[in-house]
Design a protein around this ligand. Structure first.
Ligand code: ADP
Length: 403
């Protein structure tokens, strides 16, 4: 059974084709800058990497190019697009409505409208991907896998904001949490590696990429997470501010005569480590600048690490102790420096890194804590696409059984 996983963003489509009989990825890639004159398709198949300039005016033409490279290029992996048995989509926001993966049908499409209200930007782009597949692969069932679903177990006292309750009732204003698919992968992978059931583990997951979040997982269930109603809350990120005093936006609006859309852009696209350094949102560039003596770059790193340390420390309290801390995503997987800074001076909690293991682990999978560390520390490269492919297969298999 071949399953195509699609992550459809505003101007990009990421894809990965899996052979689910063996559970292996056959090819992956992405198309960026959809709708512009500089669109290209970057395709990876084993050790082979190709970059093809394409014309993709919209998501349908872009996904058509993906199917073309999978079927007709010299490296074609399938002979015919009909070999794709099903398509799994990553959906960022399922609101309170979607707490499990679902097979797309008319009712699901109607109910996605609930998510337009709370996450209009993400939902619009996901829907473009769904409609494109409907046109291009009309026989393939489509499954939606939601990033918010992993956080459905967060209790009400942790997910509610102390606003008038009517806003939760009317508009669904509450913490939802994101990076759920990544959380699921790294939690389950840790359980496999240490050979202890998830139901017996207290874990703190640190997903640190362009977007970053930390999640407390108590015996397999998310109990709190740093992102909130949107991915803006919590940690300091590449361009997002994370936690701030909620009165700051109103103050800025008054001082600079700004509109809500200006504030939205400042908090989402001009803040975070980019806002502090004025140089870049990319942690690699910031580390380099800091090593060259740039004071603001150093400050941004200190702020990023301090905020992460605060969340980890508070989640140790939330969990009443913790067995494992996992680092994942671009920064978490590849930056020994950031991991070391985040976990510095936490030895009173029994958190002690092994410096050699830590510095030797760049995109590795394994333990980086000292033998003396009570809380064990792991790096686990995330793999959201395989989770989506597995959930898609599971749902399709059970729907066939129930027919
Ligand atoms: P996204 O949230 O877009 O999926 P990623 O998980 O790919 O992001 O993470 C991107 C971030 O990881 C960027 O800030 C990038 O600079 C950072 N990163 C990648 N490699 C390294 C590295 N070797 N050291 C420090 N940061 C890194």
């Amino acid at each position: 059974m071949k399953i195509l996983v699609i992550n459809s963003g505003s101007s990009s489509v990421k894809y990965e084709l899996f052979d689910m009989d063996t559970g292996t990825g056959l090819a992956e890639g992405q198309i960026e800058a959809i709708g512009t004159d500089t669109t290209f398709l970057a395709h990876i198949q084993g050790k082979k990497k190709i970059k093809i300039p394409i014309v993709a005016k919209d998501h349908t033409t872009a996904i058509n190019e993906v199917l073309a490279v999978l079927t007709t290029s010299e490296s074609s992996i399938i002979n015919n697009k009909d070999e794709i048995s099903a398509v799994g989509h990553r959906i960022v926001h399922g609101g309170e409505f979607f707490t499990e993966p679902v097979i797309v049908n008319d009712e699901v499409k109607r109910n996605l409208e609930n998510c337009y209200d709370i996450a209009p930007l993400h939902t619009t782009h996901h829907v473009k991907g769904i409609l494109a597949i409907e046109k291009l692969l009309p026989k393939a069932p489509q499954v939606l896998v939601f990033d918010t679903a992993f956080h459905k177990t967060i209790p009400e006292y942790a997910f509610l904001y102390a606003l008038p309750y009517k806003y939760y009732q009317r508009f669904g204003i509450r913490k939802y949490g994101f990076h759920g698919i990544s959380n699921q992968y790294i939690s389950e992978r840790l359980s496999q590696i240490v050979n202890i059931p998830l139901e017996k583990l207290k874990i703190i997951n640190c997903h640190l990429g362009n977007g970053s979040s930390i999640t407390a997982v108590n015996y397999g269930k998310a109990v709190d997470t740093s992102m909130g109603f949107t991915p803006l809350e919590g940690l300091i990120m590449g361009t997002r501010c994370g936690d701030i005093d909620p009165s700051i936006p109103m103050h800025l609006m008054a001082r600079e005569s700004l509109k809500p859309s200006d504030i939205q852009a400042i908090l989402n696209n001009q803040s975070g480590v980019l806002g502090i350094t004025g140089i870049s949102s990319d942690m690699r560039s910031i580390i380099k600048k800091s090593e060259e003596g740039d004071g603001r770059a150093k400050l941004a790193i200190n702020m990023f690490c301090y905020r992460a340390k605060k969340y980890i420390s508070s989640y140790i309290g939330v969990l009443n102790g913790c067995d494992y801390i996992i680092f994942s995503a671009g920064i978490g997987e590849r930056s020994p420096l950031i991991r070391k800074k985040i976990l510095s001076e936490l030895d009173s909690f029994g958190i002690i890194l092994d410096d050699d293991k830590n510095s030797g682990c760049i995109s590795c999978e394994g333990e980086i804590s000292s033998e003396k560390s009570k809380i064990k520390i792991f790096v686990i490269p995330t793999n959201e696409a395989i989770v989506i492919a597995k959930q898609t297969k599971k749902l399709i298999d059970s729907s066939i059984k129930n027919m």
